[in-house]
Design a protein around this ligand. Structure first.
Ligand SMILES: Cc1ncc(COP(=O)(O)O)c(C=O)c1O
Length: 401
């Protein structure tokens, strides 16, 4: 088998994390993300027009069939009409950048609501924010630029769909398609930003660049805060499956539940595509590790070869299990959720949204894993529908086959 073929047929993997910290959320991780960040994000984002908590479904028929007590499914398909949870992150990052910039320029703190109301448009229109994206993050950055009245330039790679490109352009962003993969689009984005003095608003962090990714993760924690309000304490999940690209989403949700409910010992399982397993590789190597992606997974938002530095710090200590899933399970599970099992609701779940469910089914089919995770008929599993039909044409094609 050549290297591409062996990538394609690489089987899913599990890795139990011996470094799991069973104590309270540690002080040193509060430097990466904490409740304080959530509180600040909540004060701002809940004021945006159209804000409302997304639905948390109980999929009890599916849970019965799988043999657990319940499945909760947080459906992000309706978030701010942007189709994914990413709406909470990039847009908030852009507004925080504009706020910080105006503070420097005017030597006083300006409220984000004044920025959103266009009171500083003559200044904000001079600034340009840029990012590289697979689609959903760029859409959120374009939305934030639109809210704050600044310019926006987005770099996408060859495999990003036209539907996702159009969604960003609808917010007035200039979208530049680059030959090659995501890493190439990021390289050009950084080069252009440095040349033109533009601000990068990236959802991934690295040495020397953590401020905006931290705001973005803070935005994501709102999802976890909503869930904490949607469930009574006795109904909290026993297991949380978190799909990951660079890991920012997973780390944000983990940090929130860990800090708030550390005594509950909720089990966290990180799920990645077999084609982009940078976190499980990092866990196995016991250090942040870059994976050279050879083939794009159909779960476009999870196609990332390099973990986010801030996220990795949290995931390294908080994860119980890392695992991967193969692309071939995705279409069937999307169709199953669209149909709804017995009395369960019908859910429009995009490609990334079924990864947690695929992992849960895989665990349930493996006696060793069932024991390791202590998954039984008392278990309440939380899954995240991180996107709806973010590209409606691709969604229809998959569902109707
Ligand atoms: C729909 C969807 N789900 C999950 C993720 C993973 O988020 P992260 O890259 O922060 O791990 C992404 C990232 O783009 C996404 O678009």
């Amino acid at each position: 088998m050549d290297s591409l073929e062996s990538q394609k047929y690489k089987l899913s993997e599990h890795f139990q994390n011996e470094r799991k910290n069973l104590g309270a959320y540690p002080e040193h991780l509060k430097n990466a993300l904490s409740f304080k960040d959530t509180e600040e994000a909540l004060k701002e984002i809940t004021k945006w027009q159209g804000y409302e908590p997304t639905k948390l479904y109980s999929l009890s028929s599916l849970a019965r069939e799988i043999g657990i007590h319940n499945i909760y499914y947080k459906d992000e398909g309706t978030r701010f009409n942007l189709g994914s949870f990413k709406a909470l992150g990039g847009a908030y990052g852009v507004l925080k950048f504009i706020q910080n910039k105006l503070k420097k320029e005017l030597s006083k703190k300006i409220s984000i609501s004044d920025i959103r109301e266009g009171k500083f448009i003559e200044l904000t229109k001079k600034y340009t924010v840029v990012t590289a994206t697979d689609g959903n993050h760029g859409r959120s950055v374009a939305y934030g630029a639109n809210l704050s009245g600044c310019k926006c330039q987005i770099y996408i790679h060859a495999a990003v769909s036209e539907g996702r490109q159009k969604a960003m352009e609808e917010f007035g962003a200039k979208v530049i398609r680059v030959a090659g993969n995501y890493d190439e689009s990021l390289r050009i984005c950084i080069e252009e930003a440095n040349k033109n003095n533009w601000q990068i608003i990236s959802d991934t962090s690295y040495e020397g660049y953590t401020q905006y990714p931290r705001y973005i993760m803070a935005g994501y924690t709102i999802l976890a805060h909503e869930i904490a309000n949607q469930l009574t304490e006795k109904d909290l999940p026993t297991h949380i499956f978190l799909q990951a690209g660079v890991g920012g989403f997973a780390a944000a949700i983990m940090a929130y539940f860990w800090e708030k409910y550390s005594e509950k010992n909720i089990k966290f399982i990180i799920v990645e595509p077999t084609l982009a397993p940078c976190l499980i590789e990092s866990a196995k190597a016991n250090e942040l590790t870059v994976f050279d992606i050879q083939k794009e997974t159909m779960m476009a938002g999870l196609s990332c070869g390099e973990p986010s530095l801030l996220a990795w710090k949290i995931l390294d200590e908080g994860t119980d299990h890392f695992m991967t899933i193969t692309d071939d399970r995705v279409p069937d599970l999307m169709r199953m959720l669209a149909k709804g099992k017995d009395n369960d609701p019908s859910i429009e779940a995009g490609e990334c949204s079924v990864s947690g469910l695929a992992a849960l089914i895989e665990v349930k089919n493996n006696d060793t894993m069932v024991k390791k995770l202590n998954l039984n008929d008392n278990s309440r599993v939380l899954l995240f529908g991180t996107e709806g039909a973010t590209d409606p044409d691709i969604y229809k094609e998959i569902i109707n086959v």
